[in-house]
Ligand binder design. Structure first.
Ligand code: HEC
Length: 115
């Protein structure tokens, strides 16, 4: 019986917590994930270095993989980079977290700046 009471308490607390979240959404608070500026040098460059460089290092060993070693080459195909990461087509053989995908999307949507 104690277990049942505990269970009921947990369910009640979870319900209260989730209804709070629900209220926040109802107040028309639009949380824009792109609100804060995503930096090329602090966020995007390291992300590409870690996840894309094995194939996109421009050494020609991975045919048809565009060179992503510098800002200009990345900026030139920024929208394509956004598309292939959003769809999960890239990185080949691995995957990005949702946060990483969002960071790329926001950076591109904000003009793919050298910031
Ligand atoms: C394991 C190797 C590998 C990794 C890692 C990888 N790619 Fe690729 N990528 C390729 C190959 C091979 C191609 C060319 C063939 C193709 O388009 O599928 C390619 C093509 C692309 C293209 C061109 C697509 C088109 O339609 O022309 C883009 C843009 C791209 N990759 C972005 C990325 C980004 C951004 C990352 C890191 C988040 C990444 N890739 C990681 C191998 C890789």
């Amino acid at each position: 019986m104690k277990n049942l009471q505990l269970f009921t308490a947990i369910v009640t607390v979870s319900f209260i917590i989730s209804s709070c979240e629900y209220n926040v959404e109802n107040e028309d608070v639009v949380i824009d994930p792109c609100e804060s500026t995503v930096s090329y040098s602090a966020t995007i460059r390291p992300l590409i270095d870690t996840n894309c460089m094995p194939c996109h290092n421009g050494d020609g060993n991975t045919p048809f993989a565009p060179d992503l070693t510098n800002y200009n080459s990345v900026q030139g195909i920024a929208i394509l980079i956004k598309d292939v990461t959003q769809s999960g087509r890239m990185p080949q053989n691995s995957s990005l977290t949702e946060v990483e995908k969002d960071a790329i999307k926001c950076w591109v949507d904000n003009g793919a700046l050298d910031n």
